[in-house]
Design a protein around this ligand. Sequence first.
Ligand code: ADP
Ligand code: ASP
Ligand code: MG
Length: 402
Amino acid sequence: MLIVKKFGGTSVGNKERIFNVARRCIEDYRKGNDIVVVLSAMGKSTDELIELARDINPSPSKREMDMLLTTGEQVSVSLMAMAMGFMGVPAISLNAFQVAMHTTHRYGNARLKRIDTDRIRNELEQRKIVIVTGFQGVDKYDNITTLGRGGSDTTAVALAAALHADACEIYTDVDGVYTADPRYVKNARKLDEITYDEMLELSTLGAGVLHNRSVEMAKKYGVQLVVRSSLNENEGTIVREEINMEKMLVSGVAVDKNATRIAVIGLKDEPGVAFRLFNALAKYNINIDIILQSVGRDGTKDISFTVEEDVADEAVTIIQKCFPKSDYKKIDEEKDVAKLSIVGAGMSSNPGVAASMFEAMYDCGVNIKMISTSEIRVTVLIDEKHTEKAMNAVHDKFSLAD
Ligand code: ADP
Ligand code: ASP
Ligand code: MG
């Protein structure tokens, strides 16, 4: 069997953890399997590198940021190869350049386009364990790129797809995918299985346990994933197309604190205004999430929407550039908000779900600022300071605990 195993930052956070990962990989290697390991940077080292950069230059070039951040993964893969060597097993570390993992040119958020598998296959044929840097790629001009925070999961899934691996295992610091982030919801329960679609919604809506593009890619190429802990032998969660269990009404709760609400107040209530507004933002690649337009009154209307916090100021500047001051009254920016979502494949045929969620917000005294829904999701925007209380209330409402 060819197995791709990915280990996150906590799992390789220190010497003991590195040897623990080496031991787990060697166990499967000794059974005769081919092993490709994908690693994140050790512990919080990516965050530390970001701090280091900000201290030098508060708005560094994106190219240089990628150049810097990819060093973290290079540390962990080389140390891992040394650990395995120490344990008497031949291993080789490769970075994205050496593998040839081709991505788009977009620094900080590049997309994988193609992976050459020749080098990896060659090394595997020589019975080496191959250890690859997660998170990084190379654009067509040989610049180093990164796939976005948490992107090592995507590297692993892409490698599993490219190598037609028999298994893709994502090892992390929790036992699998839970009904909510176990750090905030103490009654959160581990799921045995979850569908790609539900997992994709959860990860897009803030469940950082899997990078959302890794789930997108797993679905596209039919890579079945197992999410499990590197620190124990528990079974983990299987992510796949169809699950054997009955579809749950709600399978999970996710939260995203990286949201800002922007409200453009007093716009003219006439055709073309929304088009102008969102077209301008799209041109600058600003992703818009929830959109709300008020009922027109006295010839004016308000349009509010959410964007990721780090692009919020840029979004406001773009609007100010595109609309003359006389076209609106003011722009409000609210950063201390969080998006709270419930996700479940069974929800589409059950009309009471949204109401129950709103009731949970009412029960815990949390005001809803915006609402958005899809077939398998309901999202509300709330004050960030109420996040934990609201998460627990919603989680209990849908009896997601054991
Ligand atoms: P890694 O470094 O292994 O990639 P991450 O920190 O990226 O680990 O992801 C694991 C973390 O995701 C957990 O520690 C947990 O707090 C968080 N998390 C958020 N939502 C969920 C969820 N629904 N199930 C499990 N973990 C979740
Ligand atoms: N080291 C990167 C990060 O912290 C990538 C990853 O861990 O997946 O975002
Ligand atoms: Mg991660």
